[in-house]
Write a protein that binds this ligand. Structure first.
Ligand code: SF4
Length: 221
C-alpha cells in the first residue's frame, strides 16, 4: 500500500516537473493521515533513514548523504555546518584538509583518538558550490541532528561554525562574540568554536581555537 502511494506521488511529481515546476509541496494522494516523520531510535537506523531522505531539494543534487561517525557513546560530539565536496564523495564527515586539522586538534590537544569522539554535520547533504543552505533545507534537516544528539547523548557538544551553533543553541550571536563560551544546552555542555575550514583560510584564529580546546579538555575531566 505504501509503495503504491509512493509510486503515485512520484508520478505526480514528474508530471509537475514536466509542466515546469521545480519544487512543490502538493500532495494529492493521502496516505493514512499525514503523520509527522518518525525518526529512528538507533544511530544505524537513523543513518539508513537519512540515506534515503528526500525531504528537501538538496537530495536532488547529492551523490551521497554524509551522516555522522565515531563512538556512539562519545563524551564529545563535534558538529560542523555542511558537508564539503570531498566529504560527499566518500560519504564521511570531516575529510580533506579541514578534516585533517580536526583530527590533529582531537589527537594533539584533547589527547584522544578520532574514533573516540563522534563527528557529524548539521546538514547531511552537500550544497551546490558550498552555498549556505536555505531556511527550508535547515528546517527539513534539523530533526536528524537533534536525534543524533539525543542518541549519542554526549557530555560536551562542540559546534564548529556559525550555522550549527545558531540552529542548535537557537540564537544569532556572531561566532566571534560567543566562541569559547561554556553554555548549557539541555543536559549537555556546549562550546561553540570556529570551523577547521575557516581556520585554513584564517590561520590567525588558531590560537582562539586552541584556547577553546583547552576549555573542552578541562570540562571533560
Ligand atoms: S539535507 Fe537533510 S533533509 Fe535535505 S535531503 Fe538531505 S538528509 Fe534530507
Amino acid at each position: 500500500m505504501k509503495n503504491l502511494y509512493n509510486a503515485l506521488q512520484l508520478k505526480q511529481l514528474y508530471q509537475l516537473k514536466n509542466l515546469g515546476y521545480c519544487y512543490t509541496s502538493a500532495n494529492p494522494f493521502s496516505y493514512e493521515e499525514q503523520k509527522p516523520l518518525q525518526l529512528a531510535d538507533t544511530l544505524d537506523e537513523l543513518k539508513k533513514q537519512a540515506k534515503k531522505c528526500h525531504l528537501c531539494s538538496l537530495s536532488t543534487g547529492r551523490n551521497r548523504v554524509v551522516f555522522g561517525e565515531g563512538n556512539p557513546n562519545a563524551d564529545i560530539m563535534f558538529i560542523g555546518d555542511i558537508p564539503m565536496e570531498i566529504e560527499e564523495s566518500e560519504g564521511r564527515p570531516f575529510l580533506g584538509r579541514g578534516g585533517e586539522m580536526l583530527t590533529l586538534m582531537i589527537e594533539k590537544v584533547l589527547g584522544l583518538l578520532r574514533e573516540e569522539v563522534y563527528i557529524t554535520n548539521f546538514i547531511k547533504c552537500h550544497t551546490l558550490n558550498n552555498q549556505e543552505p536555505k531556511e527550508v533545507e535547515i528546517q527539513s534537516c534539523k530533526g536528524y541532528i537533534f536525534k543524533e544528539i539525543e542518541l549519542v547523548n554526549p557530555k560536551i557538544i562542540v559546534t564548529l561554525g556559525e550555522l550549527s551553533y545558531w540552529h542548535i543553541y537557537g540564537d544569532k550571536i556572531a561566532l566571534k562574540d560567543i566562541r569559547g563560551s561554556l553554555l548549557r544546552y539541555k543536559t549537555h555542555s556546549l562550546i561553540p568554536t570556529y570551523h577547521p575550514n575557516f581556520l585554513l583560510k584564517n590561520p590567525s584564529f588558531k590560537n582562539d581555537v586552541f584556547e577553546d580546546l583547552k576549555k573542552i579538555k578541562a570540562n571533560l575531566l
